[in-house]
Design a protein around this ligand. Structure first.
Ligand code: ADP
Ligand code: MG
Length: 208
């Protein structure tokens, strides 16, 4: 991961959210308040503007700006959760170039930030159910000597599998938890946007 790849990742996330905005909102209308697509779109639109004026020295600069912008522009639960995760990743990536092992550490820091702030654990039907398997898959590939694109592809596949698994879960955190057993049978919106985040990373890395 270098500065150009970090920028390209942010642009790919923004593009994916633009395409899937209505789907994310539709998922949130079933078990939340129908704003997840709008929240993510507002956040990434603001991120693109912020990054356009940034002259980063490190990968961390790109991710820290992404996170700060997210926190300040998104009102829903997902704003501080994603924003904090990008900032935590940025803090680890205070270099112009990061190898897959270092990026795996950054992803783990991002996940830890989400878990700390939201106090959710795997199985609670949140973005964590896509994020955690993605971090594990990326780390396994990195440990095995896989290159960045291979690790990112494994992470994207794991995130999508985790996303699909949220359908059968009962929500224990966030607005969806108010529905209790009625949340079962619906895919979690935040796990769905997390799958987009990791697919965007894989697409960006493979296109290199
Ligand atoms: P809000 O719930 O405030 O309307 P969004 O609709 O933007 O915010 O985001 C909802 C998503 O946020 C959920 O689908 C879930 O994945 C995630 N989420 C909510 N609460 C938590 C939490 N405590 N920990 C982790 N993720 C959470
Ligand atoms: Mg919502």
């Amino acid at each position: 991961m270098d500065i150009d790849l970090a920028r390209a990742w942010a642009q790919a996330m923004a593009a994916a959210v633009e395409v899937h905005k209505d789907h994310l909102t539709q998922l949130d209308s079933a078990i939340g308040d129908a704003d997840h697509g709008v929240n993510m779109h507002r956040g990434f639109s603001a991120v693109l503007s912020a990054l356009a004026g940034l002259r980063p020295d490190t990968v961390g600069d790109v991710l820290d700006t992404t996170g700060l912008t997210f926190v300040s522009s998104v009102g829903g639960a997902s704003g501080p959760l994603y924003g904090g995760a990008f900032r935590a990743m940025g803090a680890v990536l205070d270099t112009a170039l990061a190898d897959p092992g270092r990026f795996a550490v950054a992803l783990a820091a991002g996940l830890a930030s989400i878990r700390k702030l939201g106090a959710a654990t795997p199985g609670d039907k949140t973005m964590i159910d896509a994020f955690a398997p993605a971090v594990t898959a990326f780390g396994q590939q990195a440990d095995g000597g896989g290159d960045f694109a291979t690790a990112a592809l494994a992470a994207a596949d794991a995130a999508e599998e985790g996303m699909r698994a949220t359908v059968l879960m009962r929500a224990r955190k966030g607005r969806a938890s108010y529905l209790g057993a009625r949340s079962v049978g619906h895919q979690d919106p935040g796990a769905t946007s997390t799958a987009l985040v990791f697919r965007a990373l894989a697409d960006t890395a493979v296109a290199r």
